[in-house]
Design a protein around this ligand. Structure first.
Ligand code: SDX
Length: 429
């Protein structure tokens, strides 16, 4: 279907543009011919009104607080599935049969080790290097190790890359953590499931037995499911844009990790813990909420607000409920930070500013409290987000690379710089 759109500011100018409907969500207007028709660009910094691609992977309804992975509500997957099964679903589009799941899980388990020379890269980092810097650097270096399977037009090479990077991210993350502690690296174990192996590599030490707590395994697996994918968010769009140049997939994922690190995105979970530490206790909440509302103050309530969710983030609701359960099971239900977070949420949600601007807790508001209770340092929180989101990045990269219509991403601009002017010799300036 096509519609004619009058261009404001020029009563004669109009453009006839086709529109398309998806299976769910808003229709789109195809503006690809606009520049050719009317010599104008669309203008949408931040892309709040722009669909960058077609996708069958994840659907979000920001008004209704709906999040679907390949059509399955995230709440149902959180209650019934495992992260590895969700990885299969996101990658292949369907829930696996028992045999498919067993084969996939075995393939992931048997590719968790790192090349020993890659392990030595960590010695190049200072002990206080931020783990996200180490992880993004080492992931980018994977293209130096696996160049024999990087033909992005080869389906088998793409599958090997997908399984390899999902399998190795926890190993790389745990190596960064151990390096920051000055502790020996713990090798992955093929007898453990994905989340148990992750915990063992992070927290076991040669000098002691490490008992893997099933509560921690359940909590980690659920957090990985909830962070696995989220449509065209900043880091996923970064992976798609980097990948659209045809670069190797490891470099595209490393670019996604770098984008995730920002405090406006995946870095918010670490920033929430810092903020709660700054607030200190409930009597300071009013002061900090006032700072968050003050246009002259750069302070924002970290873990609040979302570009898409304007009522509630379904993931935050699940994680808040999980906080209660995990902290109680760990005997930490009097965690002062959790109490402070609950109080802050209540105060903010009653404040007109947050209500009018539709700012609600997002996925990052409570997740750090659970990671902290499980023993992770705040600097590792975004690394945990990156481990989970790797399958989302890979799934979108695959979808983009195999889309026959895909082109290199190359936006235009509204130029507001100087008009043409002549060079002036330095002696005359
Ligand atoms: C993630 O996109 C995704 O899907 C991301 C993610 C995923 O799974 O991939 O969901 C993960 O990144 C969650 C978001 C984590 N970030 C934070 O918690 C950081 C704090 N939140 C904000 O920085 C902000 O809300 C964003 C970045 C999340 C959203 O930014 P937008 O959509 O560009 O909104 P905005 O900055 O234009 O804010 C709209 C208004 C502004 O006020 P006005 O200029 O209209 O007067 O709301 C205000 C903002 O000042 N505002 C806040 C606020 N967030 C927005 N004011 C105080 N505290 C906040 N947290």
């Amino acid at each position: 279907m096509s519609n004619t759109y009058k261009l404001s500011g020029n009563s004669e100018a109009s453009a006839e543009l086709p529109s398309y409907s998806g299976t769910l969500g808003p229709d789109v207007v195809d503006v690809r011919s606009l520049y050719a028709q009317q010599d104008v660009f669309t203008f949408d910094p931040g892309f709040a009104s722009t669909a960058s691609c077609k996708s069958e992977i994840t659907f979000i309804d920001g008004k209704e607080g709906v999040l679907l992975y390949r059509g399955y509500p995230v709440e149902q997957l959180a209650n019934n599935s495992t992260y590895i099964e969700v990885c299969y679903l996101l990658l292949y589009g369907e829930l696996p049969t028992a045999t498919q799941l067993s084969n996939f899980e075995n393939d992931i388990r048997t590719h968790t080790m790192m090349n020993e020379t890659m392990l030595r890269l960590f010695n190049g980092f200072h002990h206080d290097a931020h783990p996200m810097a180490m992880v993004s650097g080492v992931v980018g270096s994977m293209s130096a190790f696996y160049h024999e399977t990087m033909d992005i037009q080869n389906p088998r090479h793409r599958e090997i890359f997908s399984h390899r990077i999902i399998a190795k991210l926890p190993t790389i993350a745990a190596a960064a953590y151990k390096h920051s502690l000055g502790q020996p690296f713990v090798y992955p174990r093929n007898d453990l499931d994905y989340s148990s192996n992750l915990l063992n590599m992070f927290f076991s030490v040669p000098a002691d037995d490490y008992e893997i707590d099933p509560i921690a395994v359940e909590a980690i697996d659920l957090l990985l499911i909830l962070h696995a994918d989220h449509e065209q968010n900043c880091s996923t769009s970064t992976v798609r844009l980097a990948g659209s140049s045809g670069t190797n997939p490891y470099s595209a994922i490393a670019a996604g990790i770098a984008a995730l690190w920002g405090p406006a995105h995946g870095g918010a979970n670490e920033a929430v813990l810092t903020m709660l530490g700054q607030i200190g206790n409930a009597k300071n909440i009013t002061e900090y909420v006032a700072k968050a509302k003050d246009k002259n103050d750069s302070f924002r309530l970290m873990g609040f607000g979302h570009r898409v969710y304007k009522n509630f983030d379904p993931r935050a609701t699940i994680i808040r409920d999980m906080c209660h359960k995990v902290l109680a099971k760990l005997g930490r239900d009097d965690d002062p930070l959790f109490e402070l977070a609950l109080e802050l949420e209540q105060v903010a949600l009653k404040d007109d500013y947050f209500v009018e601007k539709r700012l609600y807790p997002n996925v990052d508001f409570y997740s750090g409290i659970i990671y902290r209770a499980l023993g992770f340092q705040p600097s590792m929180f975004t690394v945990m987000f990156a481990i989970a989101r790797t399958v989302g990045w890979v799934s979108h990269w695959q979808e983009m690379i195999t889309d026959p219509e895909h082109r290199i991403g190359r936006p235009r601009q509204l130029y507001t710089g100087p008009k043409t002017r002549d060079y002036v010799d330095v002696a005359k300036r």
